[in-house]
Design a protein around this ligand. Structure first.
Ligand code: PEP
Length: 256
């Protein structure tokens, strides 16, 4: 099974819509057409930028998929400040990040909320990027697999194999996000392999082989190639380094 790599830029709360347009235009100028024929690229700007970037991608037929950073699980209702997955689908959003550690740690997102969001995102024809990962304390206590595989179990429970096969999982050790520390490629591979094995155990070989697993945590141009050389790493969820089009273009062109 060959899985098309997916490189995703999570801009977090950076770049207003003017800056976002400039960044995407520059990125397009820097990335070769051949590169985006073999690598999927998604850009996850703040909500207020989505319409501007959708228009730009559409008008100039840019080889980038639009992504969102999270959403609510309900279609509509009295949820002040939240964003409906229906509205994201209407904006041609393809990928929605779910359960990013910042959402889990700062905004109390639980495994159960993550599971509800996964259902909502799939119901509206979009692809969830489900983030999982351990804290430094959990890692040092030897609890990485328990934590990560527990998060996987809740995210996939009760889903059909085809729904599981189309998920993107982002393994993001929390201690590596925005810290400049990256898991070694061997450590990242070990956890990504365990995730795939867990999915194989819960479903079957074909489903596990289809799931795309990203690594995230201080990915940059200098370390992407080594990470992508690992057999169970199919892409990267990139935070800080995706804000700079020069650096992000080099990450996307990791194949050289
Ligand atoms: C992220 O935002 O998911 C992330 C991994 O950030 P950074 O690349 O800055 O560590």
């Amino acid at each position: 099974m060959t899985r098309t790599p997916l490189i995703s830029g999570n801009w977090k709360m950076h770049h207003n819509h003017f800056e976002a347009i400039q960044t995407v235009q520059k990125l397009h100028y820097l990335v070769d057409k051949e590169t985006t024929e073999s690598v999927d690229v998604s850009i996850h700007p703040p909500f207020t930028d989505l319409r501007s970037i959708q228009t730009l991608i559409d008008a100039d037929d840019l080889p980038f998929a639009l992504g969102a950073q999270h959403c609510h699980w309900e279609d509509k209702g009295a949820f002040t400040g939240e964003v409906s997955p229906v509205f994201l689908a209407k904006l041609d959003v393809k990928y929605v990040i779910v359960g990013h550690s910042e959402r889990r740690e700062l905004f109390g997102e639980t495994d159960e909320m993550v599971a509800a969001k996964v259902s909502a995102i799939q119901k509206h024809g979009m692809t969830p990027i489900v983030c999982v990962g351990e804290t430094l304390d959990e890692r040092e206590a030897g609890d990485t697999e328990d934590k990560v595989l527990g998060q996987i179990d809740t995210a996939v429970a009760g889903r059909a194999k085809a729904q599981i096969a189309s998920l993107v999982i982002a393994y993001e050790p929390i201690w590596a996000i925005g810290t400049g520390k990256t898991a070694t490629s061997d450590d990242a591979q070990t956890v990504c392999h365990s995730i795939r094995e867990r999915i194989r155990h819960l479903t079957d070989a074909a489903t596990a082989d289809a799931v795309r697993i990203q690594y995230g945590g201080s990915v940059k141009a200098a370390n992407i190639a080594e990470l992508m050389a690992q057999p169970d790493i199919d892409g990267a969820l990139v935070g800080g380094a995706s804000l700079d089009p020069d650096e992000f273009a080099k990450i996307i062109a990791y194949q050289g």
